[in-house]
Design a protein. Structure first.
Length: 486
């Protein structure tokens, strides 16, 4: 009995904040259903806020108070980099005299990622409410939802939801009599991964090719859409703003773990019994629990062993089963001590994964069991990146293609034992400030990590091909041999 209780106490569970209603039976994406579930109450709360004077005599406007709450909440961006949302908002140039824009990044193109679309398809008003509050807090009067081209139904749903919002005056002129005006439009992408990169997205929204802009000077918070201050946030990030206003930043910060607050929606795919999306308190569930626990992945397919895990979308560095990491953790007396942690025991949060040399990225875990041909898996990823490079930077344009070609020959019987080193040489020469955007890193990290951790498999494949070629095509006899046979 005691064993059962202690097992229950430690049982990892889903924690539904953003996805609280989305999958409930009978929950529909229309505004009436959203209103019945308390929808738009946080917006009303935000619009009703009054200026607040602190004991030092400083007065904070309602907008400043919301921005402060977001800072207090510790919310980090859910789009990939995990950058502080409050800090990003604090960089917005509010003195330029130009309009401030907000863009919701709904491109969701990172392979393995399928979380934002759950919100868009099942609970679009949650996103819209998060956006309206975020726009109000940042004095933005025009916002866009940039949605991936391959999600036409998502665009339709959002447009319908926006129309409903206008009829209730949550959007448009003089929102709920507050004097605040806002319009939000949906813009469909045309199906390029690079449109998810915020400055490529902005170029695309302006009607141009999605060529990412160089930073500096083109930090969106200063020089974004139409060269005006612009906030770009992910779908899930913006939804969280609604919850921060509803519960307060300090309460939100109690969810998750220090510096990794709130919840995260994890897309779990690959060789698990129960692939799907799972919302967890950030850092309160380990990678191993996400893969094996019956509440989540439910374990590997029968009779299979774990081989590798990509922890944060295809661009994150791969983990090998059995890998150990040295992490600094707080002991019960508050001291920082170094501990050896197995890959499966890594808490699923931003900081632990970075400390282990990878990242949680777009929170997409791809599980590979021992049936996986690791060279094939990397070839698949590399082909994607070679196809999606925008081509502006030579190291990325050429390097991604060369890597893909080398992997293609390795997976088509034309490999060489030296291909492993060749791949790493190319991958090492793409990132590190040589490219305009982080795609350079995104295409190199898989190659660097797959080859470093599974080098034997790459060499073995290349060597087998070389040996077979040598047998099938024996070297021609040398010249003097020809002479003596005559
Ligand atoms: C190549 C590339 C693709 C990206 N794709 C996406 C994407 O599909 N969705 C997304 O939210 N962020 C994506 N990002 C990150 C965005 O540039 C940006 O950091 C993010 O939208 C900011 O939102 P957040 O702070 O709320 O995370 C991508 C970045 C790169 C470099
Ligand atoms: S790094 Fe690649 S994707 Fe990014 S701007 Fe350069 S060529 Fe384009």
């Amino acid at each position: 009995m005691r064993i059962l209780i202690s097992h229950f106490v430690n049982m990892p569970q889903e924690y539904k904040l953003v996805l609280k209603y989305a999958d409930q039976p009978g929950y529909t994406p229309d505004i009436e259903c959203y209103l019945r579930h308390g929808g738009y109450e946080p917006l009303k709360k935000a619009l009703a806020m009054q200026p607040k004077t602190s004991p030092d005599g400083k007065t904070q406007s309602p907008q400043e108070q919301i921005r402060q709450e977001v800072m207090t909440s510790g919310l980090r961006g859910r789009g990939g980099a995990g950058f502080s949302c409050g800090l990003k908002w604090s960089f917005v140039d509010r003195k330029s005299g130009k309009p401030i824009y907000l863009i919701c990044n709904a491109d969701e193109s990172e392979p393995g990622t399928f979380k934002d679309r759950q919100i868009i398809y099942k609970d679009p008003h949650q996103l819209i409410e998060g956006m309206i509050i975020s726009c109000f807090a940042n004095d933005a009067h025009l916002a866009y939802i940039y949605i991936r081209g391959e999600m036409p139904d998502g665009a339709k749903l959002l447009n319908k939801a926006l129309a409903e919002t206008r009829t209730k005056n949550f959007l448009g002129k003089n929102v709920l009599g507050s004097g605040y005006n806002l319009e939000i439009y949906v813009h469909r992408g045309a199906g390029a991964y690079i449109c998810g990169e915020e400055t490529g997205l902005i170029e695309s929204l302006e009607g141009k090719r999605p060529y990412p802009r160089i930073k500096p000077p083109y930090f969106p918070a200063v020089l974004g859409l139409w060269m005006c201050p612009t906030i770009v946030n992910n779908v899930e990030t913006l939804c969280n703003v609604k919850h921060i206003v509803a519960m307060g930043g300090a309460e939100f910060a109690k969810l998750g773990t220090p510096n990794n607050t709130g919840t995260r929606i994890v897309s779990l795919s690959g060789h698990v019994k129960r692939p799907g999306y799972y919302e967890i308190e950030t850092g309160k569930v380990t990678i191993g629990q996400l893969i094996n626990d019956p509440a989540f992945g439910g374990g590997l397919r029968d009779g299979r062993k774990l081989k590798a895990v990509i922890p944060g979308g295809s661009s994150a560095k791969v983990f090998k089963a059995g890998e150990k990491f040295k992490l600094k953790r707080k002991s019960p007396d508050g001291q920082l001590v170094e501990q050896e942690v197995d890959m499966l025991d890594l808490p699923y949060d931003f900081d632990s994964l970075i400390a282990a040399g990878s990242m949680s990225g777009s929170s997409a875990i791809i599980v590979m069991d021992d049936s996986t041909d690791i060279v094939e898996a990397l070839a698949n990823i590399a082909e994607f990146y070679a196809h999606e490079s925008c081509g502006q930077c030579t190291p990325c344009r050429e390097g991604s293609l060369w890597m893909s070609k080398a992997l293609h020959r390795l997976t088509h019987g034309e490999g060489r034992a030296s291909d492993a080193d060749y791949l790493v040489k190319i991958a090492d020469n793409i990132p590190g400030g040589r490219t305009i955007c982080a795609f350079g890193e995104a295409c190199s990290w898989p190659v660097q990590s797959f080859v470093a951790k599974f080098k034997d498999e790459f060499i073995a494949k290349g060597a087998t091909d070389e040996a077979r070629h040598a047998k099938e095509n024996p070297a021609p006899p040398e010249r003097h041999e020809l002479a003596t046979t005559h």
